[in-house]
Design a protein around this ligand. Structure first.
Ligand code: EPU
Length: 436
């Protein structure tokens, strides 16, 4: 565990140059691991990111009787679920732990799971998840921070379910629960994120019959066969790719972002190209060159996929401070995700924040400062601001970054950034270990 006083020291003003290979997706693997729990036998997830959220998953699996082991960028899962209750110890660390409601319900028709944790980015209710369970005739109640669920009939019948909002987690939970129903389920207004498609591919390889993932209507047919774990390659992390694309662009750098599925980051590459950055796409490589660019302002609205991802909103905010003119950033997905603004003000960034809109007039000269990131994306956005600020910055909150970015500091160093981690022994131990 990192000490609180660990920070990233950043000397600003250097253009990032070089190539980086994007790791497997955090948000995908956090759904794929629970899904693996539905099967028997040995399962392997390759292209697994080396992040501490996987460590939290390992703790959760341990509590229900399943073993998870990391071996050089792959995760091996074996054993059978023997308990249907979880404690707060690991569940409280990550939001995706609420998917164990779906897993345990599909296995036992009964589940007790504490309310999940995760990033402090505002209120994150689970009413849509509970609505889904209710549709299957599963009774739910929250008692002292624990969600207690029990099916009135098990196995339950498949259902037609309309989600009032295409929630990623609720769509995933609906798919997990529906995999154990005794007739077809149709999810309308389903989330279309690439992580949903990745989950469907894994579940189908294990024996489910899911179609339509990646569209607003997902069908889950019944399957008589027992689910069997398989080997599956985790998709590349589109949010990590987007982060580094913005970083290379804002520092007026150039390089190649490798191992990307370009359609997954089209909202980012399109915004950067419109802003004047030279972007070329060849297969799974994105070539970016911002060396001679005057960046035009951006208009960004965070929306469900294929819209611009809310997770890159803080990063786009920092980018806009180096565009010439007025940029507008809007986030109606996480309507309270604006903590970065307070810290960025301490670097001298001037902005107007009205409801879910941020207005930034650039170009602004930021000055190095001591700042603290309190969630993954906010902490990374502060590092990005430090890269363009004059002088030296100290960015606290590395523990948040390591929840979701594999080898973040090493990758930045590889791009020539003047960054170092104070409390070096700790970080080196962390980046060298194959499973934290
Ligand atoms: N919402 C509800 N009720 C619900 C569920 C969601 O009102 O029952 C609201 C949320 O409060 C939020 C919006 O719907 O305002 C989107 O939530 P969603 O359920 O789609 O998000 P999630 O499944 O909790 C995942 C990612 C987040 C990412 C969101 C949106 C994982 C583990 N997390 O969360 O990722 O922001 O989708 O794309 O997959 C991150 O990686 O930094 C991160 C926070």
């Amino acid at each position: 565990m990192l000490k609180n006083e660990t920070y990233i020291k950043v000397k600003g003003g250097k253009a990032l140059k070089g190539n980086i290979k994007i790791s497997g997706s955090k948000n995908s693997i956090l759904a794929l691991i629970p899904a693996m729990c539905l099967g028997d036998g040995v399962g392997v997830l390759t292209n697994a990111p080396l992040i501490s959220d996987v460590e939290a998953m390992k703790g959760i699996l341990g509590e229900i009787g399943i073993q998870l082991n990391c071996e050089s960028n792959s995760v091996r899962i074996e054993g059978n679920i023997i308990y249907n209750e979880l404690s707060k110890q690991y569940v409280s660390k990550i939001r995706a732990s609420n998917l164990f409601l779906g897993v345990l319900l599909a296995k036992f028709g009964k589940a007790v799971v504490p309310l999940s944790g995760g990033d402090k980015i505002g209120n994150r209710p689970i009413d849509i998840h509970l609505y889904v369970f209710d549709k299957f005739g599963i009774k739910t109640k929250v008692v002292d921070g624990f969600v207690k669920c029990e099916a009135t009939q098990f196995p339950y019948k498949g259902q037609n379910i309309f989600l009032r909002f295409p929630s990623v987690g609720a769509t995933e939970n609906a798919m997990l629960v529906a995999s154990a129903a005794d007739s077809e389920t149709i999810i309308y207004n389903a989330a279309m994120e690439p992580e949903i498609v990745d989950l469907a591919i894994l579940l189908n390889s294990m024996g489910t019959r899911i179609s339509g993932a990646g569209t607003p209507v997902i069908r889950i047919k019944t399957s008589d066969s027992k689910l069997v774990r398989t080997s599956h390659e985790v998709i590349p992390d589109r949010l990590e790719a987007g982060t580094f694309l913005f970083m290379l662009a804002v520092t007026k750098g150039r390089g190649i972002i490798k191992n990307v599925i370009p359609e997954h980051v089209i909202s980012v590459t399109s915004i950067l190209a419109d802003s004047g950055v030279d972007i070329k796409i060849e297969d799974s490589n994105i070539f970016i060159d911002a060396t001679n660019c005057e960046l035009s302002p951006i208009h960004v609205e965070a929306l469900p996929f294929p819209g611009f991802p809310t997770d890159l909103q803080p990063i786009a905010t920092v980018y806009s401070s180096h565009c010439i003119g007025m940029s507008i950033i809007k986030d109606t997905i996480h309507t309270e995700r604006f903590n970065h603004l307070y810290e960025l003000s301490r670097m001298g960034m001037v902005h107007t924040n009205i409801a879910t809109n941020i207005i930034i007039e650039g170009i602004q000269n930021l000055a190095g400062a001591s700042l603290e990131g309190t969630d993954i994306r906010m902490a990374v956005s502060l590092v990005m601001a430090a890269l363009i600020a004059e002088g030296e910055s100290k960015i606290y909150g590395l523990n948040h970054i390591l929840r979701g970015y594999d080898n973040f500091v090493k990758k930045l160093m590889g791009l020539g950034a003047e960054v170092s981690v104070i409390d070096k022994d700790t970080i080196e131990t962390i980046v060298q270990k194959k499973c934290i």
